[in-house]
Design a protein around this ligand. Sequence first.
Ligand SMILES: O=C([C@H](O)CO)[C@H](O)[C@H](O)COP(=O)(O)O
Length: 210
Amino acid sequence: MKLQLALDLVDINGAIEVVKEVESHVDVVEIGTPVVINEGLKAVKEVKKAFPDMTVLADLKIMDAAGYEVSQASASGADIITILGAAEDESIKGAVKEAKNQGKQILADMIAVQDIETRAGELDQLGVDYICVHTGYDLQAVGKDSFEDLAAIKKVVKHAKTAIAGGIKLETLPEVINHNPDLIIVGGGITGQDDQAAAAKQIKELINQG
Ligand SMILES: O=C([C@H](O)CO)[C@H](O)[C@H](O)COP(=O)(O)O
């Protein structure tokens, strides 16, 4: 199980400062959708330039023009790029093809997918590298989580790695770990803490203990 730090509510300098604090405890750094909306792919480029050995994920949540958008994120230094699981199969295929050409990976985000199990099976066949169950901010606000969805996709996914995101904190981490996803994505559970390095360290230690 790997740990991905999601950076959503920072600017480029803020992102670099957070990564400096926590880099030895995280495996992947996510440039979150709000950061890309505010700063563009320059945010991906600058973070990758500052931390060339770090795996950087660009959370573009692609819905269309997938091959082109993957090519642009890849040129900016992203190692993993996200597409919405709800996108058309043609878009998924375009993203996977371009990522393979560039030696990059695709994470399909299942946010707002209704039939999670069926779609996860299809995405697995379409060749995405990760399938991520995700309770976004707006559903977190009404008390939802993604544990059942993770169990559902683990039943059908044969090739892709599994991931979970959305409101994961130290208190909910044991339940996440019990489900054994390949990638655990934590944003506010680290960035919202007074001591971000200590929070990341504690989370990583728990993950390593399995
Ligand atoms: O993808 C995310 C969200 O849609 C905003 O872009 C977050 O990165 C993801 O939910 C992880 O962040 P936390 O929920 O704060 O852990």
